[in-house]
Design a protein around this ligand. Sequence first.
Ligand SMILES: O=c1nc[nH]c2cc3[nH]c(NCCN4CCCCC4)nc3cc12
Length: 379
Amino acid sequence: MTDPLDAPTDFTFTVSATDGQARTGHIAMPRGTIRTPAFMPVGTAATVKAMYPEQVRDLGADVVLGNTYHLMLRPGPERMARLGGLHRFMRWDGPILTDSGGFQVMSLSALRKIDEEGVTFRSHIDGTAHRMSPERSIEIQGLLGSDIQMQLDECVRLPAERAEIEKAMRLSLRWAERCRVAFGEQPGKAMFGIVQGGDIPDLRVESARALTDLDLKGYAIGGLAVGEPQAVMLAMIETVEPHLPATKPRYLMGVGTPDDLMQSVMRGIDMFDCVMPTRAGRHGLAYTRHGRINLRNARHAEDTRPLDEASACPAARDYSRAYLHHLVRSEEILGMMLLTWNNLAYYQQLMAGMRAAIAAGRLADFVAETKDGWARAEA
Ligand SMILES: O=c1nc[nH]c2cc3[nH]c(NCCN4CCCCC4)nc3cc12
């Protein structure tokens, strides 16, 4: 942690090197510095599932993601504030970015509807009715103590008709303005806008330009990783990128696999979040420099090798595949813990490798070497 006397008082993004469209740098904030490109482990219900916060920090994560939707339902924003906020609650002293809740409402709750005022929905936990306006979403994120707050938006699942995508994109722009007013001036914190527009280039450009005019501290690209092929996702990044300010961070929401991360960093993305490494770990799947390894598979039953003897992560280096296979087949809690730890460590090693490669002007080589390692995966 930086000395409190010279901790930054505001939110400043610095690009220290570029390699093609790719950038590496850092976001300095009062609670800590975020090295970019950055991967944010998902901490949905005030925990990165199956991990101690100290482990998450030690494997190289500078920032974690929290979900407004889950935390507003349980334990509740006012209760969280009474308990000292999300950082103290979950013992994470670095920056926290919170999603605004709209996406989770649409993907998790029943009986929901969207109108100009906001979203109305029933809790997936106990069926109670809730309303969330752009203003309430920002208020909740403030009560949680979030450092980077996302605007409330409407994300349309793909494929969808132009009319539906256009309507949601325009509503999200109006909500971005309302969130900017509700957020006001909070030195050391940031509110990011979210670019929408589905898979329609002209709507994506209109959204990016209108959000840029709001002069926000950062820009997310939303409405992707919602069922479209990777090629469509990458095409939308290429469409939007030239219309976002180069001096502000770009955050691609909900993405993704290691290949998604590399392809998106090459196209100018600085921040990511995804449940993939943690969820896959709980289901017995390991991400390694040899590619994906499904530890449920019987071929690992007597394999005494670790996942990766060269890894700095004990979960990858010190346990045999045979043992991990046994834990996964036995549905032992330690299996989930070790594979989650391995996967998050691999994701952070990948981000650190990309940051160094961009600084050295060799990102294309790094990507090729990484994919080579996956291809050479052992039998
Ligand atoms: O447009 C969005 N606005 C606010 N939050 C979002 C979150 C998102 N998460 C995703 N995709 C999540 C994909 N993920 C991949 C691993 C398995 C579970 C689903 N797209 C998103 C778009 C948005």
